[in-house]
Design a protein around this ligand. Structure first.
Ligand SMILES: CC(C)(COP(=O)(O)OP(=O)(O)OC[C@H]1O[C@@H](n2cnc3c(N)ncnc32)[C@H](O)[C@@H]1OP(=O)(O)O)[C@@H](O)C(=O)NCCC(=O)NCCS
Length: 207
């Protein structure tokens, strides 16, 4: 399978015809992994597409990957969810392209929102880390009840409930756009600070 025939793009109404296939892909891979999953209906997926909140990967006329974003806590948080790659197209770097595009979409549409992800997938943890997410306790994620209702279909829901939504088997990962600004400020300042420190140590011979 060659990855260079595949396009990864923002979804629009022209991709609604793929909603059913995407639901099937998500459901079948959840069964295979033995994890519970928030089961999405085709209408829900279609809604994300027409609302400009989804990313789709196509190989010609075949849908081979998908993900979407969803806003929570009145826009304070955005979750990237529903990442799926067709089993025949895995290990080609497709999830990376979809994740990058979804992250870009979230930053463009909700520049001040914290972006989070809840996952048991090592692949997703790696990709999130490269985008600047850090692992966190679930208490740092949105407390919007509607979001957590999505976990109702998971086989581990009893663990989540028993721990008052503070801990579960999924790892919570968070990206805060404020960190970026701080880093930019720090990197602007760093060379001047280093030069100043070097000058001081050469005058006073301190290390
Ligand atoms: C998880 C999934 C999206 C990965 O898709 P993919 O296109 O094969 O991933 P990529 O090729 O972009 O790989 C991204 C990174 O993850 C790693 N990776 C991919 N699959 C992996 C796996 N099963 N276990 C561990 N690491 C994995 C890759 O090696 C790569 O890391 P590297 O850059 O250090 O080599 C895909 O397996 C899938 O759809 N799984 C079922 C649904 C799912 O688990 N979704 C996530 C729900 S949170």
């Amino acid at each position: 399978m060659k990855a260079n025939n595949i396009t990864v793009q923002y979804a629009t109404e022209e991709h609604v015809k793929y909603a059913e296939t995407i639901c099937k892909l998500i459901y079948e891979s959840a069964l295979q992994r033995g994890t519970g999953i928030a089961r999405r209906r085709p209408e829900y997926i279609a809604d994300k597409m027409t609302g400009g909140k989804a990313v789709v990967a196509l190989d010609g006329d075949r849908v081979v990957g998908f993900s979407y974003i969803e806003c929570w806590s009145h826009g304070d948080y955005v979750a990237t969810s529903g990442l799926i790659v067709d089993p025949e197209y895995r290990h080609l770097g497709l999830a990376k392209s979809i994740k990058d595009k979804t992250f870009q979409l979230a930053r463009e549409r909700f520049p001040y929102a914290k972006i989070f992800s809840l996952t048991t997938s090592l692949a997703v943890m790696k990709l999130n880390t490269r985008l600047g997410y850090v692992p966190t306790t679930l208490s740092e994620l949105t407390q919007d009840d509607e979001f957590w209702k999505g976990c109702e279909g998971c086989i581990n829901i009893d663990i989540l409930k028993r721990n008052n939504r503070q801990r579960c088997l999924c790892t919570g990962m968070l990206y805060d756009p404020k960190w970026d600004k701080k880093q930019k400020k720090a990197s602007w300042f760093a060379p001047y600070w280093m030069a100043f420190k070097n000058r001081l140590s050469s005058i006073f011979h301190v290390k």
